[in-house]
Ligand binder design. Structure first.
Ligand code: FEO
Ligand code: CA
Ligand code: CA
Ligand code: CA
Length: 618
């Protein structure tokens, strides 16, 4: 179907306007249902307590917080994107938490930085466990009911994977000295996955959860204690030297389950403390949603960085598996993994991701580009330059990419591959830190508040190629500072800023989701863009149209349809996050979405259908 229409995919809906309202708006002729808000039990029964009152044990068996990347796996579990459009396993990431919207004790506290004050003597273990369990991934069966509404269905495969779930380390870093800890002296296991932003779906129908801003969950106080400087595998990723993001290491009488978040050198050797715990974070985590007994696996050959997500090129029999991944931080890179072994549909599994070459992208000013291999012993990645083996290259992926001279990008977020022509698109969300002397062709604006979408075509349309040609699909921003593929600027129906989520549907519509940061939403130069939104683009004509606007304070992230393309799932993350601390302390919250009344705002999933039962976007 995708190749049939030369003008590109049909975009048939009327654009919705920019919104600052505390509600979800979709085009005329479309309907929205809200499902699985944070705290929804996985057993299909109603919650017995609100999120504020629920226990850690209840959270461990319920939908987590801050819904993000997501995939719908048709219940038959055979081939990717084939099977039921009314019954499936919805798998979604829970990126982080808002402690002030999770604990009853937070009411009336002024908490501006997302962190609750540490009580004298330390944090409460039950409270911290609840926060750890609210992170990670949910696997939940959902099905369309006779009345057309979707509901959670009890199923033995429903489960939570969270910040304390035991998992395996696979690939070149398995067993490496840099991941040996008191918990896993042989460096093969770790507890938990954290800050799971976007995701990927493998050609063998498993789910990959990315670990993005994991560094802040830990802290290393060695410098305060006059010990040597932070190791580079901490320092280059920004492990804090002061307090950790949620102070999980500061639990009263805390055992190793909490102490592990302090990665200072406290013992005589690496297996007597947790100095290496953080080195087991920053990876892509493979989960088989159809096997509830399966242990999640960190696939280290894909590199260690602030993984936004991962996008696989269409798998071809007998050819390598290729996957693209962005490192979402200012001046970081875009990577590509090419498997050493070929893909064979009958036998493919996650071990294909354990051997291969990780490349980093260099975008040249003339529109050409090259993939630079991160291979120990090649170029500057030698023992003489401090890379003793491939494990050190991968644990220090950012430093290896620095050494190769890759292009420093404006925060690479999601990628997507056009089903029509194989071109790869990536969002570059913004980079206000880029100065005049630091612009380049791919990142052309200093103080880039609005972001852009880059795309490239691999040489000979071979995803494993090491050369490509690229251009900018859209430069986002206000009418006077934007450009679409047709050369025209963005207008009333298409204005957007800070592209983040990105996904192609099977017809070739490019869905763009925005994430204007919490400090910028409805303020300054970002005010005209309103609440975060989702738009649809025609990659052939460059046309863009706004499809959905979300409530106050949230970001729109995560999008997938059923195989028939008639039901779309979209996530709303952190409504109310822009509530000022003083307002919160005074009992005022700027969003009560989705429940209204006096309820705290909750992340949740939208189910979008067309009233006439048609394909979404037409
Ligand atoms: Fe979690 Fe880069 O967005
Ligand atoms: Ca994101
Ligand atoms: Ca983002
Ligand atoms: Ca967010």
């Amino acid at each position: 179907a995708a190749a049939a229409t030369p003008g590109g995919p049909v975009i048939g809906f009327r654009a919705v306007p920019v919104s600052a309202q505390d509600t979800v708006v979709v085009p005329e002729g479309y309907r929205v249902q809200v499902i699985i808000p944070h705290g929804t039990p996985l057993n299909g029964r109603p919650a017995t307590r609100s999120v504020l009152e629920m226990t850690a044990a209840e959270q461990e068996q319920a939908i987590g917080a801050h819904h993000d990347g997501m995939h719908f796996f048709p219940i038959e579990g055979r081939e990717p994107d084939q099977g039921s459009s009314t019954d499936g396993l919805l798998v979604l990431n829970h990126e982080y938490i808002a402690p002030r919207f999770m604990h009853a004790r937070a009411a009336g506290l002024s908490v501006g930085d997302g962190r609750l004050p540490v009580p004298e003597g330390g944090r409460d273990a039950e409270e911290v466990r609840k926060e750890i369990f609210a992170h990670g991934v949910s696997i939940v069966r959902i099905a369309r009911q006779a009345d057309g509404q979707w509901a959670v269905v009890p199923d033995p495969r429903n489960r939570r994977i969270h910040g304390a779930t035991p998992m395996e380390i696979a690939g070149p870093v398995r067993g490496h000295p840099l991941v040996r800890t008191k918990y896993s002296p042989d460096g093969t296991r770790v507890r938990g996955t954290l800050n799971n932003c976007a995701h990927g779906v493998t050609p063998w129908n498993t789910y990959l959860a990315a670990e993005e801003n994991w560094a802040g969950y830990f802290r290393n106080t060695d410098q305060q204690d006059q010990k040597p400087d932070l190791p580079r595998e901490h320092a280059r990723y920004g492990v804090p030297t002061g307090q950790a993001r949620y102070n999980w290491d500061q639990v009263a009488g805390g055992g190793d389950e909490f102490i592990r978040f302090n990665v200072s050198r406290t013992g005589a050797s690496a297996t007597e403390d947790y100095r290496n715990e953080v080195n087991a974070f920053g990876w892509m985590v493979e989960i088989d949603p159809f096997n509830p007994a399966s242990v999640p696996v960190k696939r280290t050959a894909l590199g260690r960085f602030a993984h936004e997500g991962v996008i696989f090129a269409p798998a071809r029999e007998g050819r390598p598996v290729v996957a693209y991944s962005g490192d979402d931080s200012t001046f970081e890179y875009i990577y590509k993994f090419v498997s050493a072994r070929p893909f064979h549909r009958a036998t493919a599994n996650g071990s294909l991701l354990d051997e291969g070459i990780l490349y980093v992208a260099k975008f040249n000013a003339d529109g050409s580009g090259e993939w630079l291999p991160l291979v120990h012993g090649q170029g500057p990645l030698t023992a003489a330059n401090g890379f003793a083996d491939q494990g050190e290259v991968l644990v220090n992926t950012r430093l290896a990419a620095d050494a190769l001279g890759a292009t420093k990008m404006d925060r690479p977020e999601w990628g997507a591959v056009d089903p029509r022509d194989g071109r790869v698109y990536f969002t570059l969300t913004n980079n206000a830190r880029r100065q005049d002397g630091q612009v380049d062709a791919a990142n052309p604006r200093a103080r880039n508040e609005f972001g852009q979408i880059i795309r490239w075509r691999e040489q000979n349309d071979e995803h494993a190629a090491t050369r490509f040609t690229w251009d900018l699909f859209v430069i986002a921003g206000p009418e006077g500072n934007s450009r679409t593929a047709s050369g025209a600027p963005l207008g009333a129906d298409s204005l957007f800023a800070c592209p983040d989520g990105l996904w192609f549907d099977a017809d070739g519509r490019l869905w763009i989701q925005t994430d204007i940061g919490e400090r910028e939403q409805l303020r300054g130069n970002l005010a005209p863009f309103g609440n975060n939104a989702m738009l649809a683009a025609n990659p052939v004509t460059g046309e863009i149209r706004r499809f959905l606007t979300g409530p106050i304070g949230q970001e729109i992230t995560g999008v997938i349809t059923t195989p028939d393309r008639r039901t779309m799932f979209v996530n709303v993350q952190h409504p109310g996050a822009t509530t000022p601390a003083a307002d919160f302390a005074a009992g005022r919250i700027n969003s009560r979405w989705p429940h209204g009344g006096e309820g705290v705002p909750l992340s949740a999933t939208l189910v979008i259908t067309k009233a006439d039962g048609g394909v979404i976007g037409t």
